[in-house]
Design a protein around this ligand. Sequence first.
Ligand SMILES: [Zn+2]
Length: 312
Amino acid sequence: MECPACHSQTGFSQVEKWLDYRLMCCGECGLTFSDPMRSASQEYYEAGEPYGWHWAFDYFLGQGSGEGRTLLDVACGNGLFLAAAARRGYAGTGIDFNLDAIREAKEVHGVSDVHACTFQEFRQKYPERRFDVITSFHTLEHLEAPDAFIAELKTLLAPAGRLIVVVPNPERWQVRYRRNLGDYPPNHLTRWTAKSLQTLLTRNGLQITRTLTEKIEPHSASDVLQVARTVVSLQLATGVIARQKAEIGLGAASGNGSKQKRLAMLRRLASLKAPVTGALSYMLVPVLYPYLRRRKLEGEDLVVEAAQGSAL
Ligand SMILES: [Zn+2]
């Protein structure tokens, strides 16, 4: 066994067993990883939640104009971030394996330079392209080979390029509040700490320039509503949905017909859940607001920024 971040071969402790996996924690760098490192099928992601807005988008776009800079967003989804980056002046490019998301990026969000392909296919098609900024939002934790992924990103960075990697914050209030099956394999294969992510990047010859986490600072009722939605959503049958999804992802559902039936059932559950979640969330806002003002909770994003350093 080897740690996917620091390559240590000893000093692991077993955190938990889950389905066909063991969750192991590396004593050297603090990464928790699944054994085996086996990710979900594409159908799993097709049954997934819609793409949303992340705090880290605002954080990055708040740093100033991107005029004259090229940006690659890896696993860009429906292009929400790329569209916002374009408004800040960036010349944005996106890749994602999800064909529907890429279509939405073009047709709904008006992002033209997006490609439904794998990373390797993109490199083969555009061997000369390099980017001033590369962003990766909430992708690393899904990958079977995070080290190879970072090594590939580095080859696409311009000489003075910046890499921004965002993963789930291990201290986020959501996981402290309640066990979240979305944080388990086959969805998340790794749980990163600041230290383990920094280790992964420096091992790949990058220089860490900044590390920070999101803090929940409610400025308006709609900020509080976001938190309320998550609380309600976690209370409403999420465990059932996550477990079903995990089993479909592992191919545990027998036969194609049964898999289709279960996918249809999941979609029905999700559509039933939405209006109930909405109504209950509104009722929670007045209770949550004073609490959140008092206690600054940790949010979902852990951001580590790095610059292109010398090669190893
Ligand atoms: Zn390690």
